[in-house]
Design a binder for this molecule. Structure first.
Ligand SMILES: Nc1nc2c(ncn2[C@@H]2O[C@H](COP(=O)(O)OP(=O)(O)OP(=O)(O)O)[C@@H](O)[C@H]2O)c(=O)[nH]1
Ligand SMILES: [Mg+2]
Length: 219
């Protein structure tokens, strides 16, 4: 008999109270703490954290900026491979938001890319205070092989992750629906995938209030 399938759904609403907690968390201070280049440079694991992972150029840094409403907080750019360190941001004293380097193609020297990829993997598999990894997926392209590799790593490390579609302002309604259906099927292969998918746009604000509310339940 086949294993029972988790019914993946798209988050569409949240309780008013949860939305308010999310709004308040992100309306408070958010400050850059440090850019980490080696595991021994991580801040002490003394508070919860959530991270944003995904292929280069998927929109990790832009999403963090949109969540906190500050354009230049995390450096974003059109060049894949912009973020090359594990960037820590403190949400007051509550916890950390982490902008990760991307995986997959990057416009940077191969030796440098290999270094930050190894760091990224070590971090994702070995950070005790990591409450959830948000795995960002481009709403035009869906889950790629490199995403499955990272999701496999998270499965093995038993790190709960949630898929977040980015750039939802780009695809037309029909193609977005097709990508969402495909993402649901792809996630069914991963036991640590959270059963709800978030659909967001850093450009027009879609889904940001739900993501803020989700983070506020974790840190
Ligand atoms: N249309 C649209 N473009 C976006 C959105 N989010 C990000 N982008 C664009 O996508 C490009 C990459 O954004 P980044 O936020 O730098 O992506 P990243 O995942 O941090 O990239 P790396 O640090 O290189 O891994 C930039 O040109 C952004 O302006 C979005 O919601 N909608
Ligand atoms: Mg970035």
């Amino acid at each position: 008999m086949a294993a029972p399938q988790v019914p993946f759904t798209v988050a569409e609403a949240a309780e008013a109270e949860a939305l308010e907690l999310g709004r308040r968390l992100f309306a408070g201070p958010c400050d850059f703490v440090k850019g980490v280049v080696a595991m021994d440079g991580l801040p002490p694991p003394d508070r919860p954290e959530v991270c944003f992972a995904g292929r280069s150029n998927v929109g990790k840094s832009s999403l963090i900026n949109a969540l906190v409403g500050r354009k230049g907080l995390a450096r974003a750019s059109n060049t894949p491979g912009r973020t090359q360190e594990i960037n820590y941001f403190a949400l007051g004293e509550r916890g950390y938001l982490i902008d990760l380097p991307g995986y997959g193609y990057a416009e940077a020297p191969p030796a440098k890319v290999a270094e930050w990829q190894a760091l990224l993997r070590a971090y994702l598999a070995g950070r005790v205070t990591l409450r959830r990894a948000y795995v960002l997926i481009d709403a035009r392209h869906g889950v790629k092989a490199a995403d499955h590799e990272i999701m496999d790593l998270l499965d093995r490390a038993a790190v709960s992750f949630q898929a977040v579609l980015t750039k939802a302002d780009k695809p037309k309604t029909g193609s977005l629906a097709r990508v969402i259906a495909a993402v649901k099927a792809d996630l069914a292969r991963h036991p640590t995938a959270y059963p709800e998918i978030l659909v967001t746009s850093a450009q027009n604000g879609t889904g940001l209030e739900l993501l803020r509310a989700a983070v506020a339940t974790l840190i």
